[in-house]
Design a binder for this molecule. Structure first.
Ligand SMILES: Cc1ncc(COP(=O)(O)O)c(C=O)c1O
Length: 444
C-alpha cells in the first residue's frame, strides 16, 4: 500500500498515525502570511513587551503571581526518568518537558494567549480613555475608578474549557463583564470555577465549533463586547508565541544547544491549532532550521492533520473522515482546524501525529510515577512523539530525509505539557485509575 493510502486508512479507522510535512521550509521567510496578514518575530517581541508592561498589575490582582513579579511562565524540566517508559532507547536523545501544566492563574497553555488578548483589549481601552498614559504605571487599572470604566465592557469567548478559564479569570480580575460559551465537552469543574468568579457561563449541547459560533453571533450584536475568536485571533497566537523567548533563555541556562548536531524536536498538543501554532511560529522564527515542531491530536479529533491533507480552499472536519470527535482530551476535542493556524504552519511545521485516549492515560500515569507531575489528558498527547519517529516507517523515513536520524543522539526531545494545575483531586484520581487500568496503544 502506498504511504499516503496507509496513512489515510489509519486515520479513518482511528489508529495512531504520523504525517510529515513535505512543504516545510528550513529557512522560512521572516514575515509569514496568515489570513492575509504578515506576522514576524517583531510581533512576538511586542507581545512579550505587553506582558512586561502589565506585570506589576498582574502581580497585584493575582496573589499567586506576587512571587514571580507578575510573570506568567513555566519551568523547563529534565525528564530522563521517563525515557525508558516511553521506549526511548539509549542514543535516541534526551527528553525534557516544558511544564505549561504548571502555568499559574489558568493552569494551561491557554493562559498565554488568553491573557495576552485580554491585556491587549484592556490596554487599548485604557489608553483611549486616559486611564493610563503611554509608558505609565498600569497598576492604575486596579483602582475602583478604572475598573468601573472597564466594567462597562464585556469580553466573550467560546471554548472547550481551558481558553474559557483563562479568558474568564483574567477578564473578570480586570473588572470586565465576562461571558464564556462552553461546548458539551467542557468539564463541570471548569464551569464551576468560572461561576465562582462571577463569570457568566453559557452551556451549549453542541461541539466546540458550535459554541464558538454562538459566542461570535451574540457578541456581534453588542458594540461594547470584545469576542476572543479562538479560530481566527492573531492576538491569541502572538501571546502563545511569546513562550519561545522564555524557552530560548531556559535552553541557554541549562546548556542545551540547538544546532545541526543538536536538533530540538518539540511535541505540542493541538486542538484548533492556535496554541501550538503560536509556539511553533515563535520557535521557528527564533531558533531557526534545527527546530522541528510536531503537533499531537487525539485519534478521533485529528482536525489539524485532516486540514494539512486537504487541497487549497478546502476546510474539512473530522466528521468528514467518519470520526466522532469524542475524546477524554477535552481541550483537543475540536472538529475543524483554525485556518489561521493551518496557513501559518504550512511552511513551518514538521508533522502531525495522532494518539489513542488509552495512551494519553498511560502516559499521564507514567509522568506522575516518574516525575511526580500532575497533567491532564490533553497535556499527555505529545509523549508518543519520540516513539512515532523512531518506531514507525513514516517516522523512520522522516528521520532519514530530514537528516535528524544521523544526529539523533544529540537531539533534545521537548514534550509540551499543556495543562493540569487546576484539575481537582477527585478528577485527577479518576484519570490515574483509568491510566493504571489500560495499556498504551502501539504506534504502528
Ligand atoms: C490542555 C490543552 N492543551 C492544548 C490545547 C490546544 O490548544 P489549541 O486549541 O489552541 O490548539 C488546549 C486547548 O484548549 C488545551 O486545553
Amino acid at each position: 500500500m502506498p504511504d499516503s493510502a496507509h496513512l489515510a486508512a489509519r486515520l479513518r479507522t482511528a489508529q495512531p498515525c504520523l504525517w510529515t510535512n513535505p512543504q516545510r521550509q528550513a529557512q522560512p521567510p521572516a514575515v509569514v502570511q496568515a489570513l492575509g496578514r504578515g506576522i514576524s518575530l517583531q510581533d512576538t517581541h511586542a507581545a512579550a513587551a505587553r506582558f512586561a508592561r502589565f506585570a506589576g498589575l498582574l502581580a497585584e490582582v493575582f496573589p499567586e503571581l506576587a512571587a514571580s513579579g507578575g510573570v506568567v511562565e513555566s519551568p523547563l524540566l529534565p525528564a530522563a526518568a521517563l525515557q525508558p517508559a516511553l521506549g526511548m532507547a539509549p542514543g535516541q536523545g534526551r527528553l525534557f518537558i516544558k511544564a505549561d501544566h504548571r502555568l499559574p492563574v489558568a493552569g494551561s497553555i491557554k493562559a498565554r494567549g488568553g491573557m495576552h488578548e485580554v491585556l491587549e483589549f484592556a490596554e487599548g481601552l485604557a489608553l483611549q480613555q486616559g486611564l493610563v498614559a503611554p509608558g505609565g504605571d498600569y497598576r492604575a487599572l486596579a483602582t475602583p475608578e478604572a475598573r468601573a470604566v472597564l466594567g462597562r465592557y464585556q469580553v466573550a469567548v467560546g471554548s472547550t474549557g481551558n481558553l474559557g478559564l483563562s479568558i474568564g479569570v483574567v477578564a473578570s480580575a480586570l473588572g470586565f463583564q465576562a461571558t464564556v460559551h462552553m461546548s458539551a465537552d467542557a468539564k463541570e469543574w471548569k464551569k464551576d470555577r468560572l461561576r465562582q468568579r462571577g463569570v457568566q457561563v453559557v452551556e451549549h449541547t453542541g461541539d466546540y465549533e458550535r459554541a464558538v459560533a454562538a459566542g461570535r453571533a451574540e457578541a456581534a450584536g453588542n458594540p461594547l463586547c470584545h469576542f476572543v475568536d479562538d479560530e481566527q485571533s492573531v492576538s491569541l497566537l502572538l501571546g502563545y508565541s511569546a513562550a519561545a523567548l522564555h524557552l530560548q533563555r531556559q535552553l541557554a541556562e541549562q546548556g542545551i544547544a540547538v544546532d545541526a548536531d543538536h536538533p530540538l524536536i518539540v511535541y505540542l498538543p493541538c486542538g484548533v491549532g492556535g496554541a501550538p501554532a503560536g509556539v511553533a511560529f515563535g520557535l521557528r522564527q527564533l531558533l531557526g532550521p534545527h527546530v522541528h515542531c510536531f503537533f499531537a491530536e487525539p485519534v478521533q479529533s485529528p482536525c489539524f492533520l485532516v486540514q494539512m491533507l486537504a487541497g487549497p480552499g478546502e476546510h474539512p472536519s473530522v466528521y468528514d473522515w467518519g470520526l466522532t470527535n469524542r475524546t477524554e482530551a477535552d481541550g483537543l476535542a475540536v472538529p475543524r482546524a483554525s485556518l489561521l493556524a493551518a496557513g501559518l504552519m504550512q511552511p513551518l511545521l514538521s508533522g502531525v501525529f495522532t494518539v489513542a485516549d488509552d495512551t494519553l492515560f498511560t502516559h499521564l500515569v507514567q509522568v506522575l510515577d516518574t516525575l511526580g507531575e500532575r497533567i491532564e489528558p490533553s497535556a499527555a498527547a505529545g509523549f508518543s512523539g519520540p516513539a512515532m519517529l523512531a518506531g514507525t516507517p513514516a517516522g523512520q523515513a522522516w528521520l532519514r530525509s530530514s537528516g535528524v536520524g544521523a544526529v539523533l543522539q544529540g537531539a533534545t526531545h521537548l514534550v509540551w505539557t499543556t495543562g493540569g494545575l487546576l484539575v481537582p483531586d477527585a478528577q485527577f484520581a479518576g484519570f490515574v485509575q483509568r491510566g493504571r487500568a489500560v495499556q498504551a496503544v502501539p504506534v504502528e
